[in-house]
Design a protein around this ligand. Sequence first.
Ligand SMILES: Cc1cc2nc3c(=O)[nH]c(=O)nc-3n(C[C@H](O)[C@H](O)[C@H](O)COP(=O)(O)OP(=O)(O)OC[C@H]3O[C@@H](n4cnc5c(N)ncnc54)[C@H](O)[C@@H]3O)c2cc1C
Ligand code: SF4
Length: 478
Amino acid sequence: MTEHMQQFVRLPQQPPQKRGVVERREDFGEIYREFDQAGAAAQASRCSQCGIPFCQIHCPLGNNIPDWLKLSAEGRLEEAYEISAATNTFPEICGRICPQDRLCEGNCVIEKGFESVTIGAVERFITDTAFEQGWVRPIRPRRERAQSIGIIGAGPAGLAAAEALRRQGYQVHVYDRHDRMGGLLIYGIPGFKLEKPIVERRRLWLEDGGIQFHLNQDIGGALSFEALRGRHDAVLIATGVYKAREIAAPGSGLHGIVPALDYLIASNRKGLGDDVPDYDSGLLNAAGKRVVVIGGGDTAMDCVRTAIRQDAASVTCLYRRDRANMPGSMREVTNAIDEGIEFTWLAAPEAFLGDDHVTGVRAVRMHLGLADASGRQIVEPVAGSSFTVEADLVIKALGFDPEDLPGAFNEPGLALTRWGTLKVGSKDFMTALPGVFAAGDIVRGASLVVWAIKDGRDAAAAMHQYLEQSASFATAAE
Ligand SMILES: Cc1cc2nc3c(=O)[nH]c(=O)nc-3n(C[C@H](O)[C@H](O)[C@H](O)COP(=O)(O)OP(=O)(O)OC[C@H]3O[C@@H](n4cnc5c(N)ncnc54)[C@H](O)[C@@H]3O)c2cc1C
Ligand code: SF4
């Protein structure tokens, strides 16, 4: 062991500085500043280089974290970048938005007693530096292959697969119904977690590598799924999950009650300089309003923190469980509290008040009961505990289910699970249709970017195997 490592006994955890609350509420810039090289090296040197790296085991991508921490501590950043990029298509994105407290950092062995290594921040620093230094080289396949692949969905799953397949030399075409690539990275996740030039930088890199994007292409709409299949030797469906869960309560149809993703897309588009009539009209803009957000996951946290930046008069988050049971990243909950969001835990909406436009939410207190079969405590209303929260804008952030893909694609052969996600082979990622694969949220259900990347990479490997086998059968038959 070099003298560079195991510094946790001497050095305290020091994450990159956060911008002050007053300053960061004024804009949509990321709230964490970047490490400088000395800071990154010092924090990386805290790694204990333990024999069984639990951080790596709990990283969905199996990143070789101890290795790139050691190289960073030694100032060997280009090598650190090579190792980091070998297992992760977008390390700088994961470093920013993975819920590290539940994944790598939450399982760091020095966490008990010394606070974990700031793994995500070092990961981000390594790749941001690599971009600055020109170490992120274009994708240049060793040989071109004639076979072509169609990928539906330019989110992290589709993009990770596109990169891996292009490296193998396939002709890769990515289709998306939006006018920009990135999926939820561009239109869902706000800039204060992930600034958009970071995504744009990757677009340029992917295009430079020869991946062709076909934007504004709604598959199942203007271009049929059947026609798309006819164009390509294999197809990957990576369309994510977008059917917003509804609240069955009286008054839920009132004006001023909006779905979370509509609200976030409007805000992100505005930040990207687009014309957004529903934002300008005030429908999807929290300025001056009393805002109530219903839900407790990452989407809800993004909505409350967007509303506060839009200069809402007040922002309240209603969540039916308690803080400890919130499903999203604890780090983001803490950031939201710091930024002035009021949380009303253990409360659920009973009814929305107002004649035409919403004026308030009548909520009821909840308590946590016994655990159900899944092990999660059930929530039950407390009789006679109703109360009202005044509101001009209510944002529903209760999560997402898959859309009806066999219906949308007019392809009944696409088999579904009982949750409505696409059914694929556990190892080969193939749907019930030969040559049609699927990855990301549309298979897993609403999940995380890091899992989408993992699935995209694994699906690409399975598609490569399938295409090689198909090619060798064709040669044998000649
Ligand atoms: C508001 C919000 C915040 C989040 N925050 C985090 C976070 O902080 N950290 C984290 O790890 N995860 C976060 N997530 C989850 C994460 O964004 C997703 O798990 C991830 O993006 C899934 O990747 P994907 O590629 O499967 O799908 P998506 O990113 O949803 O991409 C799917 C793409 O397919 C396109 N598409 C869909 N249907 C069609 C069609 N018929 N034709 C053409 N194109 C189509 C869509 O336009 C989209 O671009 C968040 C999710 C939301 C909603
Ligand atoms: S990809 Fe996510 S879980 Fe894995 S090391 Fe990076 S931040 Fe941690």
